[in-house]
Ligand binder design. Sequence first.
Ligand code: ATP
Ligand code: TZP
Ligand code: MG
Ligand code: MG
Length: 256
Amino acid sequence: MIEQLRRERPLVVCVTNDVVKPFTANSLLSLGASPIMSGEKSEAADILKHAGALLLNIGTCTEDKIPLYEEMARCANEYNIPVVLDPVGYGASAFRRNLTDKLLGEYDIALVKGNAGEIHALSGREAVSKGVDSIIEGNTLDIAKDAHEVLNVPVLVTGEMDAYADGKEKMTMHNGHKYLEVITGSGCVLGAITAAFLALENKSDSIADAVSLYNIAAEKAARSATGPGTFAAKLIDEIYNFKTEDYNARRVDVHE
Ligand code: ATP
Ligand code: TZP
Ligand code: MG
Ligand code: MG
């Protein structure tokens, strides 16, 4: 799919947080996709008309931006474009919970992705996030399956072991590097990359391909990084240089 992606260069509309916009746009460009960041409700229909996917990341959303998120979701649904929702900090505040619950309740979401604390709380369990960081120890596959059962949408839970659950597939993915925990936006960027893959084909393989590519790129970047700063730059290089053979050489996925 990576070759198809580089040929098709799908447009990914990103309504995302202020912390991660350049990192997200650079990662999508390195991948071969075409990013546009937007914060303007009145352009939703115009830009989504040509888009392959929409990313909604609530990381720095404010009350006045709720109509923007809703209009983007509405237009994407109208045009049948997959929507990836990243409920950043879901457990951290009532504002984040109410916004996420509204988006999930009123629009078709192709994928909810978040860290273990966010998705655990999203299933109606006790909120165990500290700000945007997960502090939960639970098994990500159990958390993904639980959330899928409650929400009835495909769910990706990230962490040292990533886990995915939809109506047909339950699986874990085991690539990645601990440097991803110490750069801000590593989860947010993965949300954008899954959106780019879903722009090509909306199936569970698309998610697994996206997660594995990103985490294998991270493993390769970590080989020559001297710390989180150099790692972040090398991660973009390794996304850019990723080859199909890298999957064969390093990928570790386990299907239930
Ligand atoms: P948090 O804010 O809690 O860090 P997040 O939204 O940034 O959450 P993560 O769960 O850190 O998201 O996941 C982001 C990426 O980092 C995913 O690709 C995941 O596989 C990877 N990752 C996270 N922790 C590790 C780890 N300890 N080892 C390997 N890869 C990891
Ligand atoms: N604060 C609001 S959004 C954000 C921070 C630090 C970025 C979170 O990024 P990630 O990828 O979820 O760690
Ligand atoms: Mg993080
Ligand atoms: Mg996150």
